[in-house]
Write a protein that binds this ligand. Structure first.
Ligand SMILES: Nc1nc2c(ncn2[C@@H]2O[C@H](COP(=O)(O)OP(=O)(O)OP(=O)(O)O)[C@@H](O)[C@H]2O)c(=O)[nH]1
Ligand SMILES: [Mg+2]
Length: 440
């Protein structure tokens, strides 16, 4: 028995059309009353008049599509009504449907029902929200891959391997006298194989949050080298104040940038120098802290030269995700190098070198996203937990074999939790769906 839920699926406001969704057992009885009809052929667009039952007046003329269970998004009987895009109309339709026995849907409840009815696994359900919120084209394609079940298949395969192994070990335990002992080397080999599979997956795992929310680029360097000028050039407009005074930028500022299908968050920071100014000191501390949390670092130096302090700062940066930007190359040719860092000579004044700088940024971004799988942090934690359990099982050579089954089962359970296969506690489900919008 599924109670019937209703929600407006389109954003609130005035638009060409609004979509109202209904799902549950009473969809058809509600539709009959709503449109004064006997039946609705499934999966057909019907042009219908929608009457307000209170007054009998026609509220709107709409297109309605009925989906018969199980062939619908939620797996239940569903109705989608395409009304004129006035929020008063949409709201009134929802109220009428509620008066006919439905209730307002909660956030993500349609997708939650889709999951509960086996229309998709938890990996896919969580992806839907990310697809809606993705802020770059790359993100959309990356998430498609998850939606199509690539990750789910790999995880299912892993879980089956673990269950097979468990079954085999347990059969020997249950029928100790009839079945010959399972050789330890065989168990070890199977465990090694599964551990290697998980390690491979983790190797090519990429953070889904980064894809959805954007890659951060922090611009660091000494005062007055032209960090804010480089920042403005990258953005294509004068966002940060530029001046010849040292210490112009005192706090960090960030701005979004779409480039090459990626979404970046570019951060300009306070230049690093010895200072007695308390506020500037705090700004510098923030700049240094951003080194750790940012994905890509642009260390800006001036072509006029580089000092000991700058060299020291550079040496602490991670070469794979750092680009040393030698600015002011319109003044002179730089005579220093900073092996092994990738360097790009630019002039924020003339714009020279910025094509190359953009290419280098995109190269690192590409690298970051060249993995096969996109995981949320929660999913990654579960996969790492599974790996840990299997490694423990593998190391228990001295113990009787049946003692390893606890760890193998617990690994299988972690993987099942990612997929949402085992019975999940309600709060885990709620955590997945609470960020959704109403109507999804
Ligand atoms: N010739 C030349 N001057 C530049 C270039 N880029 C920046 N400048 C000048 O260098 C000075 C400092 O530029 P900013 O962009 O404010 O430098 P900053 O690194 O942000 O400085 P702080 O915020 O004080 O750390 C300004 O006078 C800029 O006009 C460049 O490519 N060529
Ligand atoms: Mg600045």
């Amino acid at each position: 028995m599924n109670d019937t839920i209703v929600a407006i699926a389109t954003p609130y406001g005035y638009s060409a059309i609004s979509v109202i969704r209904v799902s549950g057992d009473s969809v058809l009885p509600i539709a009959r009353k709503l449109f004064s009809i006997e039946d609705l052929e499934p999966r057909k667009a019907h042009y219908l008049l929608l009457r307000d039952p209170a007054s009998g007046n026609v509220l709107d003329d709409v297109i309605a599509i009925y989906y018969k269970s199980p062939r619908s998004y939620t797996g239940e009987d569903m109705l989608e009504i395409f009304a004129h895009g006035n929020p008063l109309i949409a709201r009134r339709i929802v109220d009428i449907i509620i008066s006919l026995g439905a209730r307002q849907a909660e956030r993500g409840e349609f997708t939650k029902r889709a999951f509960l009815h086996g229309k998709m696994d938890l990996v896919q359900a969580a992806t839907i929200n990310n697809i809606i919120n993705a802020r770059s084209e790359r993100a959309i394609y990356a998430l498609r891959n998850r939606m199509e079940g690539h990750l789910s298949r790999e995880l299912t395969n892993l879980r089956e391997k673990l269950l097979d192994l468990l079954k085999e070990i347990e059969a020997r335990i249950d029928f100790e006298d009839d079945v010959p002992d399972i050789p330890r080397e065989k168990v070890n080999r199977r465990l090694d194989e599964i551990i290697a599979l998980i390690e491979d997956m983790l190797e090519s795992a990429r953070p889904m949050e980064k894809v959805v929310e954007g890659i951060s680029i922090v611009i660091l360097g000494k005062v007055n080298v032209g960090k804010s000028s480089v920042f403005n050039r990258l953005l294509g407009f004068d966002r940060a104040i530029v001046s010849s005074r040292e210490g112009t930028t005192r706090d960090y500022i960030s701005e979004n940038l779409q480039m090459g299908g990626f979404m970046f968050r570019v951060i300009d920071t306070a230049g690093i120098r010895e200072t007695e100014d308390y506020i500037e000191k705090m700004g510098i501390e923030r700049s240094l802290a951003l080194r750790e949390s940012s994905d890509i670092i642009l260390f800006v130096a001036s072509a006029e030269g580089i000092d000991k302090r700058e060299k020291e700062l550079i040496s602490k940066l991670p070469p794979p995700r750092t680009i040393v930007v030698i600015n002011k190359s319109d003044i002179r040719e730089a005579e220093f190098s900073v092996e092994p860092f990738k360097t790009v000579k630019v002039s924020a004044r003339t714009g020279e070198g910025f094509d190359r700088l953009r290419d280098e940024i995109l190269r690192i971004a590409q690298e970051m996203f060249s993995g096969d799988f996109y995981f949320s942090t929660g999913e990654l934690n579960l996969l790492n937990e599974a790996l840990k359990q299997l490694k423990t099982a593998r190391q228990m050579e001295e113990f009787p074999i049946d003692m390893t089954t606890y760890h193998i089962r617990s690994a299988a359970l972690s993987i099942a939790s990612i997929l949402g296969i085992e019975d999940l506690p309600e709060e885990v489900l709620d955590r997945v769906f609470r960020d959704f919008c109403i109507g999804k």
